[in-house]
Design a protein around this ligand. Structure first.
Ligand code: ATP
Ligand code: MG
Length: 361
């Protein structure tokens, strides 16, 4: 284990309380320099473990193809088994030289944020490895992978409406926790909220992942920070892209896009469609409050006896407000949580399953 890393980390934690500097300010690269490369066993650090490269290799069968879970912009993700027997997902940073600095920054933000935040709807970080040039993030393994694969995945049985509502409510609660000062006293904007970043556990409880682009919102009067536009095509808040001003409401827009994916089973961006129909928001925005036309966009793969039209109408109305161009007209995540609870209740009541809804909300 890189001893220097731990001591540097501890020094950093001490200095935070001693000199009252902002713990979130980007630290210079020297901070991560290693003083002692001698491999040592795993150490537990403030709830997160620090691993060495050898442990990552052992856990994943030397990153074998059969353990590959998926691939994203940061690198490949492998299923792994730690020495303790715990099954985990290991994300390996694999970036071209030109993107290494951004990758390193995202790695630190992810570790910093996730090791301090704990909520049933955020993915749990078990630990990380920063051994030499190697970077890995180790998460609790999510049995049902990501939401997008369930909505558009090939050969998967499609989710019915109550499960989609449960996922929407879980994701809303996770975002609400991030936005409401959470455990660290500063609201956080996720900035890359999307259906592949919503992971699902064995009970289809939603867990928000990938905090590498997250930003802390300043306290006091300011309601926005100016930031380079980063995120994913299809989920961009139009106000953020045109002004560069990032607000918590940018996440609400992305949340609205995910609601539309849950409702229609379509992708946020579908390159197989004609140029005017690729963007899901533009495709459906005008019909979301039209009861008749709305029926035509409900995911045809969803069991008809799993939803009531009343709950669909309410859900579509919420989605339409989340994706409004003017960010001040979008609901807060607290409002989204409340409305989704009511939608779940309405659907269950319509289907004669009120007791079921009480368990869900
Ligand atoms: N904790 C986990 N448990 C199970 N599977 C996971 C876990 N974390 C990630 N995965 C799988 O690995 C895939 C790749 O994840 P990753 O976050 O690298 O990329 P992405 O979200 O698809 O794209 P992007 O890099 O643009 O965010 C995910 O889509 C998911 O299926
Ligand atoms: Mg991801």
């Amino acid at each position: 284990m890189p001893f220097g890393l731990v001591s540097a980390w501890n020094k950093r934690r001490r200095s935070k309380s001693e000199d009252h500097t902002d713990p979130w300010i980007y630290k210079p690269a020297e901070f991560w320099q290693l003083e002692d490369q001698t491999p040592q066993p795993t150490k537990r650090l403030h709830g997160s473990s620090v691993f060495i490269l050898k442990e990552m290799e052992e856990a994943t069968g030397s990153f074998s193809e059969e353990n590959l879970l998926g691939k994203g912009g940061f690198g490949k993700v492998y299923r792994g088994t730690l020495r303790s027997g715990e099954v985990v997902a290991i994300k390996k940073m694999e970036l071209p030289a030109i993107k290494l600095a951004q990758g390193e920054h995202e790695f630190r933000v992810e570790v910093d944020i996730l090791s301090r935040l704990h909520h049933p709807n955020l993915v749990s970080l078990i630990g990380y490895c920063a051994d030499g040039k190697h970077r890995f993030l180790v998460y609790k393994y999510m049995h049902n992978g990501n939401l997008q694969d369930h909505l558009n995945g090939i050969g998967e049985r499609k989710m019915d409406w109550p499960v989609r509502l449960k996922v929407a409510l879980g994701a809303a609660r996770g975002l609400h926790y991030l936005h409401s000062s959470s455990d660290i006293g500063i609201p956080i904007v996720h900035r890359d909220f999307k259906s592949t970043n919503i992971l699902l556990d064995a009970n289809f409880e939603a867990k928000i992942s990938d905090f590498g682009l997250a930003k802390l919102m300043p306290e006091g009067q300011e309601t926005h920070v100016t930031a380079r536009v980063l995120g994913t095509f299809g989920y961009f808040d139009p106000e953020y892209t045109s002004t560069g001003k990032l607000t918590l409401q940018s996440d609400v827009y992305a949340f609205g896009v995910v609601l539309l994916e849950l409702l229609t089973g379509r992708r946020a961006i579908d390159l197989n469609q004609g140029p005017n129909d690729q963007n899901l928001v533009l495709q459906v925005r005008n019909i979301l409050n039209d009861r008749k036309k709305l029926r035509k966009v409900i995911d045809p793969d969803m069991a008809r006896n799993s939803y009531t039209i009343q709950s669909i109408v309410m859900f579509a109305n919420l989605a339409s407000r989340c994706v409004r161009a003017d960010s001040s007209e979008r609901p807060s995540m607290a409002e989204c949580v409340k409305e989704l609870q009511l939608i779940i209740y309405t659907n269950s009541k319509g289907l004669g399953m009120v007791m079921h809804s009480l368990r869900m909300i």
